[in-house]
Design a protein around this ligand. Sequence first.
Ligand code: HEC
Length: 422
Amino acid sequence: MKRYLQPCYLALAILGMSSLPSLAENDHYCRAPASTKDHAAPMNYPDQFAWHLFLEVNQKAKKEYATLNGKKVELNNAVWETWIDDSDNFPQHPTPANPPVWPTKADGHNLAYTSFSHQTYSNDKTSSEPDCNPDDLKNGGTCEVVYRNKATFEYIKNNNLWYQEGIADYVKTGKEIVFPIDSIEVKGNWKLIKENEKKDYHWNYTTKGQLIGLVAMHISSKVIPNWLWATFEHVDNPGRCDLLGCFDCYGVTNPVTQPNAKTFGSVYPEEPLSSALLKQYDKSGFNGTWLKEWKNYRLKGSMINFTDSYGNASLLGNSVTESGFVATSSCMGCHSRAAVTSAGQKAFPFFGELPSTAAIGNIPAEYGLQFLTANGAPNPADFYHRAGNLNNNNPYGTLQFLQTDFVWAIPMRAKSINQTTP
Ligand code: HEC
Protein backbone atom coordinates (compact mmCIF):
# COMPACT_ATOMS: atom_id res chain seq x y z
CA MET A 1 0.00 0.00 0.00
CA LYS A 2 1.09 3.51 -0.59
CA ARG A 3 1.40 6.42 1.67
CA TYR A 4 -1.05 9.14 1.35
CA LEU A 5 0.35 12.15 -0.38
CA GLN A 6 -1.55 15.25 0.65
CA PRO A 7 1.02 16.58 3.19
CA CYS A 8 3.71 16.87 0.49
CA TYR A 9 1.42 18.96 -1.70
CA LEU A 10 0.54 21.15 1.21
CA ALA A 11 4.24 21.83 1.78
CA LEU A 12 4.73 22.76 -1.89
CA ALA A 13 1.78 25.14 -1.76
CA ILE A 14 3.24 26.87 1.28
CA LEU A 15 6.50 27.44 -0.59
CA GLY A 16 4.52 29.20 -3.31
CA MET A 17 5.30 26.59 -5.94
CA SER A 18 2.62 25.40 -8.27
CA SER A 19 1.25 22.14 -6.97
CA LEU A 20 -0.49 19.19 -8.51
CA PRO A 21 -4.01 18.38 -7.43
CA SER A 22 -3.87 15.87 -4.60
CA LEU A 23 -4.14 12.28 -5.71
CA ALA A 24 -6.83 10.09 -4.29
CA GLU A 25 -5.40 6.86 -2.95
CA ASN A 26 -7.42 4.72 -5.35
CA ASP A 27 -6.25 6.57 -8.48
CA HIS A 28 -2.85 4.98 -8.18
CA TYR A 29 -3.64 2.02 -5.96
CA CYS A 30 -6.88 0.32 -7.01
CA ARG A 31 -6.34 -0.81 -10.59
CA ALA A 32 -8.97 -1.17 -13.31
CA PRO A 33 -9.92 -4.76 -14.19
CA ALA A 34 -7.37 -6.47 -16.47
CA SER A 35 -8.25 -7.28 -20.05
CA THR A 36 -5.36 -9.70 -20.42
CA LYS A 37 -5.28 -13.19 -19.02
CA ASP A 38 -1.82 -13.34 -17.53
CA HIS A 39 -1.83 -10.15 -15.49
CA ALA A 40 0.43 -11.01 -12.54
CA ALA A 41 -2.56 -10.95 -10.19
CA PRO A 42 -0.76 -10.81 -6.79
CA MET A 43 1.25 -7.77 -7.94
CA ASN A 44 -1.59 -5.93 -9.65
CA TYR A 45 -4.44 -6.91 -7.34
CA PRO A 46 -2.75 -7.59 -3.98
CA ASP A 47 -5.91 -6.95 -1.94
CA GLN A 48 -7.88 -9.45 -3.98
CA PHE A 49 -5.05 -11.93 -3.58
CA ALA A 50 -4.97 -11.25 0.18
CA TRP A 51 -8.63 -12.23 0.38
CA HIS A 52 -7.96 -15.28 -1.73
CA LEU A 53 -5.36 -16.34 0.84
CA PHE A 54 -7.72 -15.49 3.71
CA LEU A 55 -10.44 -17.74 2.29
CA GLU A 56 -7.93 -20.51 1.62
CA VAL A 57 -6.31 -20.62 5.06
CA ASN A 58 -9.59 -20.06 6.90
CA GLN A 59 -11.31 -23.10 5.48
CA LYS A 60 -12.96 -25.04 8.31
CA ALA A 61 -10.67 -27.86 9.47
CA LYS A 62 -11.96 -31.30 10.43
CA LYS A 63 -13.71 -31.57 13.77
CA GLU A 64 -11.27 -32.23 16.62
CA TYR A 65 -11.58 -32.50 20.38
CA ALA A 66 -8.90 -31.84 22.96
CA THR A 67 -8.62 -32.24 26.70
CA LEU A 68 -7.24 -28.95 27.96
CA ASN A 69 -6.64 -28.38 31.65
CA GLY A 70 -8.76 -31.44 32.42
CA LYS A 71 -11.70 -30.20 30.34
CA LYS A 72 -12.79 -31.79 27.05
CA VAL A 73 -13.58 -29.14 24.42
CA GLU A 74 -14.44 -29.11 20.75
CA LEU A 75 -11.84 -27.03 18.93
CA ASN A 76 -12.89 -24.56 16.26
CA ASN A 77 -9.89 -24.84 13.96
CA ALA A 78 -9.42 -23.19 10.61
CA VAL A 79 -6.88 -24.97 8.39
CA TRP A 80 -3.96 -22.75 9.46
CA GLU A 81 -4.56 -23.66 13.10
CA THR A 82 -3.68 -27.26 12.25
CA TRP A 83 -0.26 -26.31 10.80
CA ILE A 84 2.94 -26.33 12.85
CA ASP A 85 3.47 -23.47 15.30
CA ASP A 86 6.75 -21.80 16.23
CA SER A 87 7.08 -23.65 19.54
CA ASP A 88 6.99 -27.06 17.79
CA ASN A 89 9.04 -25.91 14.80
CA PHE A 90 11.86 -24.44 16.92
CA PRO A 91 12.42 -26.73 19.94
CA GLN A 92 13.84 -25.12 23.08
CA HIS A 93 16.44 -27.92 23.29
CA PRO A 94 17.17 -28.94 19.70
CA THR A 95 18.69 -32.36 18.99
CA PRO A 96 19.73 -32.70 15.33
CA ALA A 97 18.94 -36.44 15.33
CA ASN A 98 15.42 -35.64 16.41
CA PRO A 99 14.00 -33.00 14.04
CA PRO A 100 10.57 -31.40 14.55
CA VAL A 101 7.64 -33.33 13.10
CA TRP A 102 4.49 -32.14 11.39
CA PRO A 103 1.60 -32.27 13.92
CA THR A 104 -1.13 -34.83 13.47
CA LYS A 105 -3.42 -33.62 16.24
CA ALA A 106 -4.40 -30.11 17.27
CA ASP A 107 -4.40 -29.27 20.98
CA GLY A 108 -5.28 -25.61 21.46
CA HIS A 109 -3.10 -22.56 20.94
CA ASN A 110 0.24 -22.31 22.67
CA LEU A 111 0.25 -18.52 22.82
CA ALA A 112 3.82 -17.32 22.75
CA TYR A 113 4.19 -13.57 22.81
CA THR A 114 2.44 -10.77 24.57
CA SER A 115 1.08 -8.19 22.21
CA PHE A 116 -0.89 -5.10 23.05
CA SER A 117 -4.10 -3.45 22.28
CA HIS A 118 -5.09 0.18 22.54
CA GLN A 119 -6.90 -0.49 25.79
CA THR A 120 -3.98 -2.00 27.61
CA TYR A 121 -0.87 -0.60 26.00
CA SER A 122 -0.26 2.14 28.53
CA ASN A 123 -0.71 -0.05 31.59
CA ASP A 124 1.11 -3.10 30.40
CA LYS A 125 4.28 -3.69 32.35
CA THR A 126 5.25 -6.85 30.51
CA SER A 127 6.47 -5.33 27.24
CA SER A 128 9.97 -6.67 27.68
CA GLU A 129 8.67 -10.12 28.53
CA PRO A 130 8.26 -12.20 25.41
CA ASP A 131 6.20 -15.05 26.81
CA CYS A 132 2.46 -14.79 26.96
CA ASN A 133 1.56 -14.64 30.60
CA PRO A 134 -2.02 -15.82 31.20
CA ASP A 135 -2.48 -12.70 33.33
CA ASP A 136 -1.88 -10.57 30.24
CA LEU A 137 -5.02 -12.09 28.81
CA LYS A 138 -6.94 -11.71 32.07
CA ASN A 139 -6.13 -8.00 32.12
CA GLY A 140 -7.66 -7.51 28.68
CA GLY A 141 -4.38 -7.89 26.78
CA THR A 142 -3.69 -9.95 23.70
CA CYS A 143 -1.19 -12.70 22.95
CA GLU A 144 0.00 -14.15 19.69
CA VAL A 145 0.92 -17.35 17.92
CA VAL A 146 2.64 -18.11 14.59
CA TYR A 147 1.84 -21.02 12.28
CA ARG A 148 3.46 -22.05 8.97
CA ASN A 149 2.28 -24.44 6.27
CA LYS A 150 3.98 -27.66 5.29
CA ALA A 151 6.02 -26.21 2.40
CA THR A 152 7.51 -23.59 4.71
CA PHE A 153 8.10 -26.10 7.52
CA GLU A 154 9.80 -28.64 5.25
CA TYR A 155 12.15 -26.03 3.84
CA ILE A 156 13.21 -25.12 7.40
CA LYS A 157 13.52 -28.75 8.45
CA ASN A 158 15.32 -30.04 5.33
CA ASN A 159 17.87 -27.21 5.44
CA ASN A 160 18.42 -27.53 9.21
CA LEU A 161 17.32 -23.94 9.78
CA TRP A 162 15.56 -24.91 13.04
CA TYR A 163 18.69 -24.71 15.24
CA GLN A 164 21.63 -22.33 15.30
CA GLU A 165 24.38 -24.76 14.33
CA GLY A 166 22.31 -25.94 11.35
CA ILE A 167 21.87 -22.33 10.27
CA ALA A 168 25.63 -21.72 10.65
CA ASP A 169 26.33 -24.70 8.36
CA TYR A 170 23.87 -23.33 5.84
CA VAL A 171 25.60 -19.92 5.88
CA LYS A 172 28.89 -21.71 5.01
CA THR A 173 27.38 -23.10 1.80
CA GLY A 174 27.17 -19.56 0.41
CA LYS A 175 23.60 -20.17 -0.76
CA GLU A 176 20.74 -17.74 -0.25
CA ILE A 177 17.76 -18.73 1.88
CA VAL A 178 14.80 -18.83 -0.55
CA PHE A 179 11.51 -20.38 0.53
CA PRO A 180 9.38 -22.29 -2.00
CA ILE A 181 6.65 -20.40 -3.83
CA ASP A 182 3.82 -22.16 -1.97
CA SER A 183 5.06 -21.07 1.49
CA ILE A 184 2.48 -19.37 3.70
CA GLU A 185 2.82 -18.11 7.29
CA VAL A 186 0.12 -16.78 9.60
CA LYS A 187 0.40 -14.83 12.84
CA GLY A 188 -2.75 -14.48 14.94
CA ASN A 189 -3.45 -12.30 17.99
CA TRP A 190 -6.08 -13.32 20.50
CA LYS A 191 -7.95 -11.99 23.50
CA LEU A 192 -10.13 -13.70 26.09
CA ILE A 193 -13.81 -13.73 25.19
CA LYS A 194 -16.98 -14.92 26.90
CA GLU A 195 -19.14 -17.81 25.74
CA ASN A 196 -21.84 -15.43 24.42
CA GLU A 197 -19.25 -13.62 22.26
CA LYS A 198 -18.40 -16.74 20.23
CA LYS A 199 -20.79 -15.66 17.49
CA ASP A 200 -18.83 -12.44 16.93
CA TYR A 201 -15.30 -13.86 16.70
CA HIS A 202 -13.36 -16.64 15.17
CA TRP A 203 -12.86 -18.40 18.51
CA ASN A 204 -10.75 -21.22 19.85
CA TYR A 205 -8.96 -22.34 23.02
CA THR A 206 -5.51 -21.92 24.49
CA THR A 207 -3.60 -25.02 25.62
CA LYS A 208 -4.78 -24.02 29.12
CA GLY A 209 -8.42 -24.22 28.04
CA GLN A 210 -9.10 -20.46 27.96
CA LEU A 211 -11.70 -19.34 25.42
CA ILE A 212 -10.12 -16.82 23.04
CA GLY A 213 -11.30 -14.68 20.11
CA LEU A 214 -9.13 -13.69 17.14
CA VAL A 215 -8.53 -9.94 16.95
CA ALA A 216 -5.74 -9.69 14.37
CA MET A 217 -4.33 -11.88 11.62
CA HIS A 218 -1.20 -11.48 9.48
CA ILE A 219 -0.71 -13.59 6.37
CA SER A 220 2.46 -13.71 4.28
CA SER A 221 2.71 -15.71 1.06
CA LYS A 222 5.79 -16.44 -1.04
CA VAL A 223 3.70 -16.16 -4.23
CA ILE A 224 5.98 -13.24 -5.19
CA PRO A 225 9.74 -13.11 -4.50
CA ASN A 226 9.64 -10.71 -1.50
CA TRP A 227 6.40 -12.25 -0.23
CA LEU A 228 2.93 -10.73 -0.33
CA TRP A 229 2.01 -9.25 3.07
CA ALA A 230 -1.52 -8.74 4.35
CA THR A 231 -3.10 -7.90 7.65
CA PHE A 232 -6.68 -8.36 8.81
CA GLU A 233 -8.42 -6.92 11.88
CA HIS A 234 -11.56 -7.66 13.81
CA VAL A 235 -13.94 -4.91 12.77
CA ASP A 236 -14.45 -3.74 16.38
CA ASN A 237 -10.75 -3.24 17.19
CA PRO A 238 -10.41 0.22 18.72
CA GLY A 239 -8.24 2.47 16.57
CA ARG A 240 -8.24 0.01 13.66
CA CYS A 241 -7.54 2.64 11.00
CA ASP A 242 -5.62 5.13 13.21
CA LEU A 243 -2.33 6.58 11.92
CA LEU A 244 -2.14 4.75 8.57
CA GLY A 245 -5.75 4.33 7.38
CA CYS A 246 -7.40 1.19 6.00
CA PHE A 247 -7.17 0.25 2.32
CA ASP A 248 -9.01 -2.53 0.58
CA CYS A 249 -9.75 -2.39 -3.16
CA TYR A 250 -11.57 -5.70 -3.19
CA GLY A 251 -13.37 -6.76 -0.03
CA VAL A 252 -15.39 -3.66 0.88
CA THR A 253 -17.52 -1.14 -0.99
CA ASN A 254 -15.46 1.86 0.22
CA PRO A 255 -11.78 1.10 -0.48
CA VAL A 256 -10.23 3.94 1.51
CA THR A 257 -10.73 4.86 5.16
CA GLN A 258 -8.59 7.89 5.89
CA PRO A 259 -6.43 7.70 9.01
CA ASN A 260 -7.29 9.75 12.07
CA ALA A 261 -10.73 10.71 10.87
CA LYS A 262 -11.85 9.85 14.39
CA THR A 263 -10.56 10.32 17.93
CA PHE A 264 -7.53 8.13 18.53
CA GLY A 265 -8.51 4.68 19.71
CA SER A 266 -12.16 4.80 18.72
CA VAL A 267 -14.07 2.11 16.84
CA TYR A 268 -14.34 2.74 13.09
CA PRO A 269 -17.61 2.16 11.23
CA GLU A 270 -18.07 -1.31 9.77
CA GLU A 271 -17.32 -1.10 6.01
CA PRO A 272 -19.95 -3.03 4.01
CA LEU A 273 -18.48 -6.14 2.34
CA SER A 274 -18.39 -6.06 -1.47
CA SER A 275 -20.60 -8.34 -3.53
CA ALA A 276 -17.43 -9.79 -5.11
CA LEU A 277 -16.17 -10.92 -1.68
CA LEU A 278 -19.57 -12.22 -0.57
CA LYS A 279 -19.70 -14.30 -3.75
CA GLN A 280 -16.24 -15.70 -3.02
CA TYR A 281 -17.25 -16.60 0.56
CA ASP A 282 -20.13 -18.55 -0.92
CA LYS A 283 -18.04 -20.21 -3.64
CA SER A 284 -15.42 -21.19 -1.06
CA GLY A 285 -18.01 -23.05 1.02
CA PHE A 286 -18.36 -20.64 3.97
CA ASN A 287 -21.83 -20.85 5.52
CA GLY A 288 -23.73 -20.80 8.83
CA THR A 289 -21.86 -19.76 11.97
CA TRP A 290 -18.49 -20.19 10.20
CA LEU A 291 -19.43 -17.52 7.66
CA LYS A 292 -20.85 -15.30 10.40
CA GLU A 293 -17.60 -15.45 12.38
CA TRP A 294 -15.34 -14.55 9.48
CA LYS A 295 -17.55 -11.76 8.16
CA ASN A 296 -16.40 -9.73 11.20
CA TYR A 297 -12.89 -9.29 9.77
CA ARG A 298 -11.60 -6.55 7.47
CA LEU A 299 -8.42 -6.28 5.44
CA LYS A 300 -6.42 -3.32 6.76
CA GLY A 301 -4.11 -3.42 3.76
CA SER A 302 -1.66 -5.47 1.73
CA MET A 303 1.94 -4.83 0.78
CA ILE A 304 4.10 -5.90 -2.17
CA ASN A 305 6.91 -3.31 -2.27
CA PHE A 306 9.32 -1.56 0.13
CA THR A 307 8.56 1.87 -1.38
CA ASP A 308 6.43 3.55 -4.01
CA SER A 309 8.11 4.64 -7.25
CA TYR A 310 9.09 7.98 -5.68
CA GLY A 311 10.95 6.16 -2.94
CA ASN A 312 8.45 6.94 -0.17
CA ALA A 313 8.37 4.07 2.32
CA SER A 314 5.28 1.89 1.99
CA LEU A 315 3.75 1.40 5.42
CA LEU A 316 1.39 -1.17 6.87
CA GLY A 317 0.75 -2.20 10.46
CA ASN A 318 -2.01 -3.80 12.49
CA SER A 319 -3.49 -1.83 15.40
CA VAL A 320 -3.01 -4.83 17.70
CA THR A 321 0.06 -6.72 16.45
CA GLU A 322 2.05 -3.55 15.74
CA SER A 323 0.55 -1.51 18.56
CA GLY A 324 3.13 1.00 19.76
CA PHE A 325 4.84 1.23 16.36
CA VAL A 326 2.04 1.43 13.81
CA ALA A 327 3.10 4.92 12.72
CA THR A 328 6.34 3.69 11.10
CA SER A 329 5.43 0.05 10.59
CA SER A 330 6.48 -1.68 7.38
CA CYS A 331 6.04 -5.44 7.15
CA MET A 332 8.73 -5.69 4.48
CA GLY A 333 11.11 -3.11 5.94
CA CYS A 334 11.21 -4.79 9.35
CA HIS A 335 11.18 -8.37 8.02
CA SER A 336 14.09 -7.63 5.62
CA ARG A 337 16.18 -7.34 8.80
CA ALA A 338 15.52 -10.95 9.70
CA ALA A 339 19.13 -12.06 9.23
CA VAL A 340 21.76 -14.28 10.83
CA THR A 341 25.46 -14.10 11.66
CA SER A 342 27.92 -16.79 10.53
CA ALA A 343 27.26 -18.44 13.92
CA GLY A 344 23.58 -18.80 13.02
CA GLN A 345 22.49 -16.16 15.53
CA LYS A 346 20.27 -13.12 15.25
CA ALA A 347 22.01 -10.26 13.39
CA PHE A 348 19.64 -7.43 14.34
CA PRO A 349 17.16 -6.82 17.12
CA PHE A 350 13.75 -5.95 15.79
CA PHE A 351 13.35 -3.08 18.26
CA GLY A 352 15.66 -0.59 19.79
CA GLU A 353 17.89 0.21 16.82
CA LEU A 354 16.02 3.43 16.24
CA PRO A 355 15.09 5.86 19.01
CA SER A 356 11.59 5.80 20.37
CA THR A 357 9.69 9.02 20.19
CA ALA A 358 7.33 10.74 22.54
CA ALA A 359 3.72 10.16 21.57
CA ILE A 360 3.40 11.72 18.14
CA GLY A 361 0.66 13.43 16.19
CA ASN A 362 -2.71 13.04 17.79
CA ILE A 363 -1.78 10.06 19.94
CA PRO A 364 -2.75 10.88 23.52
CA ALA A 365 0.19 10.91 25.90
CA GLU A 366 -1.19 8.05 28.00
CA TYR A 367 -0.43 5.68 25.14
CA GLY A 368 3.22 6.34 25.84
CA LEU A 369 6.24 6.14 23.60
CA GLN A 370 6.00 5.09 20.00
CA PHE A 371 8.85 2.94 18.75
CA LEU A 372 10.34 3.85 15.39
CA THR A 373 10.98 0.78 13.26
CA ALA A 374 12.88 0.14 10.03
CA ASN A 375 10.99 0.95 6.86
CA GLY A 376 11.75 1.76 3.23
CA ALA A 377 14.33 -0.11 1.15
CA PRO A 378 16.98 -2.08 3.06
CA ASN A 379 20.45 -0.57 3.26
CA PRO A 380 23.04 -2.97 1.78
CA ALA A 381 25.70 -1.49 4.07
CA ASP A 382 23.87 -3.10 7.00
CA PHE A 383 24.52 -6.54 5.51
CA TYR A 384 27.87 -6.17 3.70
CA HIS A 385 31.32 -5.00 4.65
CA ARG A 386 32.18 -2.87 1.69
CA ALA A 387 35.59 -1.29 2.23
CA GLY A 388 38.39 -2.88 0.24
CA ASN A 389 36.18 -5.50 -1.31
CA LEU A 390 34.79 -3.76 -4.35
CA ASN A 391 36.57 -5.94 -6.86
CA ASN A 392 34.97 -7.52 -9.90
CA ASN A 393 34.11 -10.80 -8.28
CA ASN A 394 32.58 -9.15 -5.31
CA PRO A 395 31.00 -5.86 -6.35
CA TYR A 396 28.85 -5.49 -3.23
CA GLY A 397 31.59 -6.26 -0.70
CA THR A 398 31.68 -9.19 1.72
CA LEU A 399 28.43 -10.50 3.11
CA GLN A 400 28.36 -10.27 6.92
CA PHE A 401 24.76 -11.15 7.67
CA LEU A 402 22.63 -13.55 5.65
CA GLN A 403 18.96 -12.61 5.25
CA THR A 404 16.56 -15.40 6.20
CA ASP A 405 14.12 -14.54 3.40
CA PHE A 406 12.01 -12.27 5.64
CA VAL A 407 11.28 -15.06 8.14
CA TRP A 408 11.93 -13.58 11.58
CA ALA A 409 11.35 -16.84 13.39
CA ILE A 410 14.70 -18.21 12.13
CA PRO A 411 16.91 -15.62 13.91
CA MET A 412 14.43 -15.08 16.76
CA ARG A 413 13.48 -18.64 17.62
CA ALA A 414 16.26 -21.05 16.66
CA LYS A 415 18.19 -22.24 19.73
CA SER A 416 21.70 -23.68 20.05
CA ILE A 417 22.23 -27.40 20.65
CA ASN A 418 24.90 -26.43 23.16
CA GLN A 419 22.94 -23.98 25.25
CA THR A 420 23.62 -24.17 28.94
CA THR A 421 20.61 -22.22 30.17
CA PRO A 422 17.54 -24.34 31.01
C1 HEC B 1 9.19 -3.87 13.73
C2 HEC B 1 9.27 -5.15 13.15
C3 HEC B 1 8.08 -5.83 12.52
C4 HEC B 1 7.08 -5.30 11.74
C5 HEC B 1 6.85 -3.85 11.37
C6 HEC B 1 6.25 -6.42 11.31
N1 HEC B 1 6.74 -7.60 11.82
FE1 HEC B 1 6.05 -9.46 11.43
N2 HEC B 1 7.34 -10.22 12.81
C7 HEC B 1 8.33 -9.52 13.47
C8 HEC B 1 9.05 -10.41 14.35
C9 HEC B 1 10.20 -10.02 15.24
C10 HEC B 1 8.46 -11.68 14.19
C11 HEC B 1 8.87 -12.98 14.90
C12 HEC B 1 8.40 -13.02 16.31
C13 HEC B 1 7.00 -13.39 16.46
O1 HEC B 1 6.66 -14.54 16.16
O2 HEC B 1 6.21 -12.52 16.90
C14 HEC B 1 7.41 -11.54 13.20
C15 HEC B 1 6.62 -12.58 12.74
C16 HEC B 1 5.74 -12.48 11.67
C17 HEC B 1 5.14 -13.61 10.98
C18 HEC B 1 5.43 -15.07 11.26
C19 HEC B 1 6.57 -15.53 10.35
C20 HEC B 1 7.94 -15.02 10.73
O3 HEC B 1 8.45 -14.10 10.06
O4 HEC B 1 8.50 -15.54 11.71
C21 HEC B 1 4.32 -13.09 10.02
C22 HEC B 1 3.47 -13.88 9.02
C23 HEC B 1 4.42 -11.65 10.10
N3 HEC B 1 5.30 -11.30 11.10
C24 HEC B 1 3.73 -10.79 9.27
C25 HEC B 1 3.83 -9.40 9.35
C26 HEC B 1 3.00 -8.48 8.59
C27 HEC B 1 1.91 -8.90 7.60
C28 HEC B 1 3.38 -7.22 8.95
C29 HEC B 1 2.84 -5.92 8.46
C30 HEC B 1 1.43 -5.71 8.58
C31 HEC B 1 4.46 -7.36 9.93
N4 HEC B 1 4.70 -8.69 10.15
C32 HEC B 1 5.12 -6.29 10.51
C33 HEC B 1 8.61 -8.19 13.31
C34 HEC B 1 7.84 -7.28 12.57
